[in-house]
Design a protein around this ligand. Structure first.
Ligand SMILES: Cc1cc2nc3c(=O)[nH]c(=O)nc-3n(C[C@H](O)[C@H](O)[C@H](O)COP(=O)(O)OP(=O)(O)OC[C@H]3O[C@@H](n4cnc5c(N)ncnc54)[C@H](O)[C@@H]3O)c2cc1C
Length: 470
């Protein structure tokens, strides 16, 4: 019996999708990566995932896990393998509001997790523009970041336990609720960020946090990034670390936003080089209870610091939001980043991390490097400045593979000179394997290959992704 017939027998006909019906899984968000799978397999539970892996191992068939397919690097694509979709495994099994944790299936969509936590007056803090499609299994597998990493950490910091199916079909149950567990190698963290190359994450225990009772949000205009970091530190100190987001949008970003949303309002009447979205979230009554004059202490704190910095000339302008609608508008501008960045082609999109004080040097150096390679090229950037993550996009003037390759190599080299990372939050997938080969420590690469070979001796788990060829 061939593998599809075997899987239909074991999982039911509706769990094995072939032909045109596979369309929704075969095109990623960027439109740059397409798949031609043997089939899309949609198990209902962990037992079903295990059955798929056993059948795949027996027949030597490649398996590529796919969740929301919002990854930006081709990690969930395949030519000829099985796409294993977790989309039918979407139960929130339990929420423990006292222990502040949730037990969820891997196919739960991120925004579904947000809504479920909110019903208990809690938050699952990880958030980013693709939250309406990205699934828990996908965000764990990429160790996703987002706009509030500075306060809550990456996905890795938000996970207490996981369940994963190994390439041989065995289920590895690490679904602990523990905050401390020193029992040998930490295999939870091995599976998180492995991009589906070591097994399939099928469930997780997630940490929840108190829901802020009040937010203070502002757009701030400055001339350069030095004073922006002063602002971050002053507000962090005064608010006891309540900064949730510190997002940098240069003037080129604002131009890009107005190009795709001509009806949107610019953040300020004038064009400024540095535009910062700062947001504080407060949970304590002393910070959130309105005063007799109707003002809210956490907002007053932000306004006071901005007022001082406007007075000394370091901040040029600021708008503190006065309503939830204004806050949503500010976030809509920031969360249009994907749409703005991918609006033109050809493009070279990158996702680097550098030290907070190196963001300025990074942007200057990549621009001069870009113009040296292609004087007619343009560029664009947006940054989670609070954690040093920069999404830098170059638009070469011609669709020339050699030029595109040279630009990517130049950005990698600038990043390496600043002791940065060429992959901050989106993972490696297909697009950054060349950067892995160029810049990852060779001993670390060999250790990764040894782990991969031990867990996946037949090389069936998401082959050709993340690790460069030896
Ligand atoms: C508009 C937009 C904004 C974004 N903003 C951010 C951002 O701010 N921060 C950020 O980190 N990312 C961001 N991303 C990238 C993307 O959303 C994240 O990488 C997300 O974590 C991917 O989740 P997904 O469910 O779509 O995974 P997919 O794209 O389906 O898969 C991603 C990788 O994980 C593997 N995988 C999927 N599910 C499993 C599983 N259950 N077990 C094992 N492996 C699995 C896949 O094989 C693939 O290699 C953004 C993307 C878009 C389109």
């Amino acid at each position: 019996m061939d593998i599809l017939a075997a899987l239909r027998t074991e999982l039911g006909d509706d769990a094995v999708v072939t032909g045109d019906a596979m369309g929704p899984w075969c095109h990623d968000w960027t439109g740059g990566y397409t798949s031609a799978p043997l089939a899309v397999v949609r198990p209902r539970d962990t037992v079903g995932v295990s059955a798929v892996m056993r059948a795949a191992q027996a027949s030597g068939t490649a398996v590529v896990p796919i969740s929301g397919n919002t990854g930006l690097n081709g990690g969930a694509s395949t030519q000829g393998g099985l796409l294993l979709s977790l989309d039918r495994m979407k139960t929130i099994r339990a929420i423990d509001a006292t222990a502040r944790s949730a037990v969820v299936d891997a196919g739960v969509i991120l925004s579904q997790m947000h809504d479920a936590a909110a019903a208990h007056d809690l938050i699952f803090p990880l958030t980013f523009g693709a939250r309406g499609s990205a699934m828990i299994g996908g965000v764990l597998s990429t160790n996703a970041g987002g706009s509030n990493v500075r306060r809550y950490g990456n996905t890795r910091d938000l996970v207490l336990g996981i369940e994963a199916v190994l390439p041989n079909g065995r289920v590895m149950d690490l679904m602990g609720h523990l905050h401390k567990d020193n029992t040998g190698l930490n295999l939870k963290h091995l599976m998180i960020g492995a991009e589906g190359t070591l097994g399939i994450i099928t469930a997780a225990v997630l940490r929840l946090f108190p829901k802020p009772r009040a937010y203070a949000t502002a757009m701030v205009a400055l001339n350069d990034l030095g004073p922006a970091l002063d602002l971050l530190n002053r507000v962090q100190d005064a608010s006891r670390g309540a900064v949730e987001a510190f997002e940098f949008m240069p003037d080129t970003y604002i131009d890009g936003h107005l190009a795709i949303k001509p009806d949107a309002r610019p953040p300020f009447d004038r064009r400024y080089p540095v535009n910062i979205l700062i947001e504080l979230g407060a949970t304590a009554a002393q910070d959130t209870t309105p005063l007799a004059d109707g003002t809210v202490p956490i907002t007053n704190l932000l306004e006071d610091i901005l007022g001082q910095m406007i007075a000394d000339g370091t901040v040029l302008d600021a708008h503190v939001v006065a309503s939830e609608a204004q806050r949503r508008d500010m976030w809509a501008r920031r969360e249009a980043a994907g749409e703005i960045g991918f609006r033109k082609r050809p493009l070279v999109d990158t996702d680097v991390a550098v030290g907070l004080t190196d963001v300025d040097a990074f942007l200057r150096n990549v621009r001069s490097g870009l113009l040296a390679l292609d004087p007619d090229a343009t560029d664009w950037a947006v940054s989670h400045l609070g954690d040093g993550n920069v999404h830098y996009v170059a638009y070469p003037s011609r669709d020339d593979p050699a030029l595109i390759h040279a630009i990517r190599a130049m950005v990698d080299a600038v990043t390496a000179d600043l002791n940065g990372s060429f992959s901050a939050e989106h993972g490696i997938g297909l697009s950054k394997r060349i950067s892995m080969a160029r810049h990852k420590d060779p001993a670390a690469l060999d250790a990764m290959r040894a782990i991969k070979a031990a867990l996946d001796p037949h090389g069936i788990m998401n082959p050709g992704k993340m690790l460069p060829d030896a």
